[in-house]
Design a binder for this molecule. Sequence first.
Ligand code: MOS
Length: 729
Amino acid sequence: MTAKLKQDEPDTRNILDTMKQGVIGKPIPRVEGLAKVTGTATYAAEYKIDGCLEGVMIQAPFAKGTVTAIDTDALLAMPGVVAVIEDPRQTARAAQGTANEAPVQEPMTVTYYGQPVALVVAETFEDARNAAAQAKLTYDIEQVGSFDPQDVEAEVQEDSATRQGDLAHAVKTAAHAIDTTIHTEGHASAAMEPHGSIAEWDGRNLTVYASLQMLNYNITELADSLDLEEDRVRLVSRYVGGGFGSKLGVSEDVVAASLAAMQLNRPVRVVMTRQQVFQTVMRRSESAQRFRFAADSEGTLSGFGHEARVSNLPQESFAEPVLQSSDFLYKGENRLLELEVARIHRMTAGSVRAPGEAIGMPALEIAMDMLAEKAGVDPVELRIRNIPDKHPANGKPFSSHKLEEALRQGAEAFGWDGANRAPRQTRDGEWWIGTGMASAARVHNVSKAQVRVVLAADGTARVETDMTDIGTGTYTILAQVVGEMLGLETDKVLVSLGDTAFPRGSGSGGSWGAASVGSAAFVACNAVRDALCEKAGINTDDAEFKDGRLNGGKTFSDILDGTEIDRTGEYEPGDISEDYVASGFGAFFAEVRVNRFTGETRVTRMLGAFGFGRVLNEKTARSQCLGGITWSIGAALTEALLFDPKDGHVVNQDLAEYHVPVCRDVPDCEVIMVDERDPAASPIQAKGIGELGMCGGAGAIANAIYNACGARVLTLPMTPDRVIAAMPD
Ligand code: MOS
């Protein structure tokens, strides 16, 4: 039986708070932690399947043109080679992440350097790799004029534009005005687990073990690209070693392994190398962002302008939504927000952790720091002064708004002194020391989700959904929601995820997972509670579920008397998502040391204070915030995808050359979680958490660098050369 809830109105009853088990919100350790640290959690490429062939992709050694021939005869003559799969239409459609829309292309069109064009399948990985390395392709290269997004045509995204009042006039007549342009470089998702798949075909049905975030959607993508009905496809992703957006869509390995398995009638594994992941999986677009502010003598904004240019391949619809939170974060009746997309032949740009705000917020917060200095206002106070009481353009109410609390609580805990913000006040030998801050904001998303909850005859619960846990803690928070609602300790709740044989969840992405599937589990549990109470002959409103007993008396098992209760809950956001602006908010504070001779920056202290609705698990929530702060440090100081200007290939294509922060780069960080229940965000009053932790943090570090040494660096990452170049004499 399916119970449904479409939320049209805020739910201020906060039902989870009235439950008695006391497991919700608690910092319980991950329920799958032991399996992961003992190596018994099976990741996609680790399934042991007899007779499994190995596939290695062949990639185009040029950015634009067509592959006219592949010398398959020579490849097939090589040791161990079983087949060469060169169905370009399928691989190309998947490679572009738009399996549902992209037209079939013929001949094999290449639009970025490294695009997969064929798969060599062999008895061993070594044989497949050996053959792939010697593959002879015949191709026609089309010269690309420029790979630089600043050099090419761009089109404005009209649907995300805001034009209101007269910004130019406001800027011209303002007491304090800012007009500055900030650049950010591209990012890689750099998930620890590379993309990999094993496909099995039984002549009718396809099973694929893959590393994916969104099985509920990936099944449609894959079925569509293979021209199979969805009920003949099963995807399994029980454990995922990070995704950060790179596994939102089916990757090339999934389609290639599936095609090969179907053609050869044998299981086929395809695992990308780290370099292939960097070359073929989505990048975060670089950006150029111009800010124009008009403020009165107190720093209150009357004009707010944010115009940005990002890039993508010509045929792609995604545009890094850098204006997303700028849309509603600060006041300013004269508004101009415009996003344009330059068409270039670097690989597909797509979602990378916190698409939009990850780079939009740091840039905005650097510009705000410049305004604070100009207006002579404490940067914290400047933000508070500019918090609007409703959406500044469309007038919609906020569902809940914790920016001011986060700023105040963060400032207090950090020991922020906003009185004297002149740069270069503190030096320790070669090192300038300074502090900086920034606001955090990230829109809240929820989506339709289904979760099945079974209260078994023995009084324990089983939970099933095709939802994934990409390292965020989904197994654990679902055990907590269900445990709280049904009155069970979490070790009495068995959560099974990552299999399309289960009801469709929301998938993991955009920080919507916990609020979406948590709400679906909540809906299912309410139905289970009703059914059990009916059996016991009592009214659910009078029932207390605790420690496996109803109202402290009979155990669930006694009441069930050998039967079980099986309910699927379906949650869907209704009008509420249109009626309110829902967002997570927060504040970052950073302390840095900048070497006066080398420009090297070390982050020595960092604090984040966040309001993101109900916290379902204090430990996994804190870990998400710490991860976000770590991303912030990477975005601020080291992370940049670099492209060869001659042929457009990714130059730094492994973790030795693309620098994510390591332990020595990350100080002890403090996380403050501001108490909040957002009744319009979801039926469990929870909002997205994961991405907020990096939406602005790099701006706090940039502002701290300026405060330390007077270098206003306007290109991220702020590598030593850029800091030195901006350093005053
Ligand atoms: Mo999200 S871009 O799937 O971290």
